[in-house]
Design a protein around this ligand. Structure first.
Ligand SMILES: *Cc1c(COP(=O)(O)O)cnc(C)c1O
Length: 224
């Protein structure tokens, strides 16, 4: 199947999950996760109508944004862990950062944003399964981080993101539900959850953004 065909299949699954949940199809945004895939694959998805793309490595985002600079309305999201010395590659190209996890990162971003006269929306990455090896803030620590970042200029926290323990889609459901309830508690409306293996379940549980890579672009080449 071509990228265009796989993209159409993913969009159809999102539409069905929305219909089943009584949600409008416009209430879910699809981020096509293009990490590890070359720019021509992104052009293919763009030609099929996709506008939002997600990357995980700062220099890879910078390089692709330069190669694809002619696609003027393309929108880049950043999904990977961020080292503070890499924020220069992300600002001002990134529209939404999904992985804010500490105040120091917010401050580093803010300094760069000031320099570029730009602003940035961000999601707090939540370690929803409380897994020791995972990135993100523990659920209990989310309100304190949100409160601290509220005072940081140029950066606005608009929601939450999670990567639940990787098992099957159904076992992710309670984690998605927990992220949703945390978002209600903190008053942050954007919910980034759901990947190739479980995005219909995430939509059923209230995702407003799903991040889908493999189901659109195929298996990623190994990162060398
Ligand atoms: C790679 C990645 C995805 C996409 O994963 P697939 O299983 O290929 O859909 C989504 N979110 C994050 C944070 C990722 O790193």
């Amino acid at each position: 199947m071509s990228v265009a065909e796989r993209l159409a299949a993913v969009r159809a699954q999102i539409a069905k999950a929305c219909a089943d949940a009584g949600r409008s199809v416009d209430s879910v945004r699809l981020v096509a996760v293009s990490k590890g895939h070359p720019s021509p694959a992104i052009r293919e998805a763009y030609a099929a109508g996709q506008r939002v793309f997600g990357e995980n490595y700062a220099q890879e985002l910078r390089d692709k944004a330069e190669e694809l600079a002619d696609l003027v309305d393309i929108e880049w999201h950043f999904l990977g862990p961020v080292q503070t010395n890499k924020v220069k590659y992300l600002v001002p190209r990134t529209r939404l950062l999904h992985t804010l996890d500490r105040v120091e990162l917010a401050e580093a971003l803010s300094a760069r944003l000031a320099k570029e006269h730009a602003t940035l929306d961000a999601l707090v990455e939540v370690n929803i399964g409380r897994e020791p090896q995972k990135h993100g803030v523990l659920p209990d620590d989310v309100p304190a981080l949100v409160e601290k970042v509220r005072g940081v200029p140029h950066l606005r926290v608009v929601g939450l993101m999670c990567i639940p323990p990787a098992e099957d889609a159904e076992s992710a459901r309670p984690h998605f539900a927990a992220l949703r309830s945390l978002s209600t508690k903190t008053g942050l409306g954007v919910l980034s959850m759901g990947m190739s293996g479980d995005f219909p379940v995430a939509v059923a549980e209230g995702a407003t953004i799903v991040r889908v890579g493999t189901a659109i672009f195929g298996e990623r080449p190994r990162r060398g």
